[in-house]
Design a protein. Structure first.
Length: 361
């Protein structure tokens, strides 16, 4: 760690943060740290298919001291087209060497979707299609991590009419543990935590029905959103740049998919400066949800309850002392309607959810 400029203090801080993220008791961070210090690193083969490389970028451009170095030091990266120094036949040889040397023990990381039409001709590396490469490399892997929404579910490539027949890894490989870490791009800490979980417990974490680690995707972002009090009080931004938007009101009416999106963005945040889409005024577009991302337009509202116009979204104004009853009534109606929306969300939370189911992996 010192070699890659990570101080003991930073090392412990990252271990504590990931321990909390994995939902483990605080004291477990010592076990996580021990696992991270293991001399034998798990070999990782990382393949790129149809994607923008944003997943690797988000991991490498993190500005937390040494996070990318930390991640890259945890594993033995045998092959990664964007990062490796070798190219051409030299690179292909290192891929074959990895398969021979680490048969049945390497973790296969896939970034990007896999085109399936015309026998997969739309993505080829070293003369092999992504389909062939995935099939070949999956056979001898101990497990597969699909990083990003593209590798998990097809992502932007799979948008109708999906000209290349792009799909996610789990649509093709059926006989391996597949851990989906969706997000476009995903938070690097979620990837780091899956690796640390594997190193600590020698198995992959529990997954939801969409094969996402429950510790990271077990709750809706709406539950911990800082704009939630505005949602509950019926205070919404109506248009970009209006007073509500400037005042940090809830973005539901601008199409925020937070009430239907399972992810930890509102808690974990991005770039180590505490931001996430909603905090900077953009509605969540549900980038971790295969039924939402690129399927619902940005301004389309997700259903929370059956709205009963016209008082579902009343205009709300701050209650000012000494003002007429109208203003107060508007605010009170707004609060009641907002509470109804909130109650709808709470009720929905108690109903069985598609992703509530846990899977042993
Ligand atoms: Fe996809 Fe990754 Fe979106 Fe890009 O490479 S998840 S297009 S941000 O980054 O695969
Ligand atoms: Fe936050 Fe969006 Fe939920 Fe509003 S709808 S509280 S902005 S997650
Ligand atoms: Fe994606 Fe929504 Fe989080 S768009 S990054 S799931 S806030």
């Amino acid at each position: 760690m010192q070699r890659v400029n990570i101080s003991r203090r930073d090392f412990i801080k990252i271990c504590i943060k990931t321990t909390a993220l994995m939902g483990l008791p605080y004291g477990m961070y010592t076990k996580v740290a021990e696992a991270a210090e293991k001399v034998v690193k798990p070999p990782v083969v990382w393949l790129h298919f149809q994607e923008c490389t944003g997943c690797s970028e988000s991991l490498l451009r993190s500005n937390h001291p040494g996070l990318s170095e930390f991640i890259l030091d945890l594993v033995s990266l045998e092959y990664h087209e964007t990062l490796m120094a070798g190219s051409g036949t030299q690179a292909e040889k290192s891929l074959q060497n990895a398969v021979t040397e680490y048969k049945d023990s390497y973790i296969l990381v896939i970034e990007g979707a896999i085109p399936t039409k015309e026998n997969g001709v739309y993505c080829q590396i070293g003369g092999k299609t992504a389909l062939e490469l995935l099939d070949e490399m999956a056979k001898n892997a101990v497990g597969i991590i699909s990083i990003g929404t593209c590798a998990s579910y097809g992502g932007i490539q799979a948008v109708e009419p999906n000209p290349t027949g792009a799909v996610g890894v789990w649509d093709i490989i059926k006989d391996k543990s597949i851990i989906n870490i969706p997000g476009c791009p995903p938070n690097p800490y979620n990837f780091l935590s899956v690796i640390l979980y594997y190193l600590t417990f020698n198995k992959f974490p529990k997954l939801d029905k969409s094969n996402r680690p429950l510790f990271a995707y077990g709750r809706k972002i709406h539950e911990h959103c800082e704009r939630r009090p505005h949602f509950d009080a019926g205070r919404f931004a109506e248009k970009y740049g209006d007073e509500g938007h400037k005042n940090g009101y809830c973005l539901y009416k601008l199409g925020c998919k937070g009430p239907s999106t399972f992810a930890n963005c509102s808690v974990l945040r991005f770039n180590d400066v505490g931001v996430w889409p909603v905090s900077v005024g953009h509605p969540c577009i549900g980038c971790t949800e295969h039924s939402i991302l690129f399927k619902k337009s940005i301004d389309e509202k997700v259903q929370i309850h059956n709205p009963t116009p016209p008082d579902t979204y009343p205009t709300t104004k701050p209650i000012e002392r000494g003002k007429g009853a109208d203003t107060i009534t508007a605010a009170v109606v707004g609060t009641v309607a907002g509470a109804a929306l909130g109650a709808g969300a709470v009720l929905a939370k108690k109903l069985p959810k598609e992703d509530d189911c846990e899977k042993e992996n």
